[in-house]
Design a protein. Structure first.
Length: 80
């Protein structure tokens, strides 16, 4: 991963006026990655933190995706 970061840093420096880099991931893992190279974190000037989805939002997303694909979800209850 360190070689990839070095390559990314060089590209960000060489193309700073016409390059946008968007990175996404879980906050803990992203913070760890940014700490791998001291110059990496300083290259990013905007951070957007999105809250985790709750169970209802996940269900709605699944339902909408299934409907768009022409599928219907069946809710089965545990009989035990």
């Amino acid at each position: 991963m360190i070689a990839y970061i070095a390559t990314l840093l060089k590209l960000m420096e060489d193309r700073r006026d016409d390059l946008v880099v968007i990175m996404a991931g879980y906050q803990k893992e992203m913070n760890a990655m940014l700490q791998v190279n001291p110059g990496l974190a300083s290259r990013f000037n905007r951070f957007i933190d999105f809250p985790d989805y709750n169970a209802n939002e996940l269900y709605l997303s699944l339902t909408l995706s299934a409907n768009r694909a022409g599928m219907c979800l069946m809710i089965m209850q545990d009989s035990s």
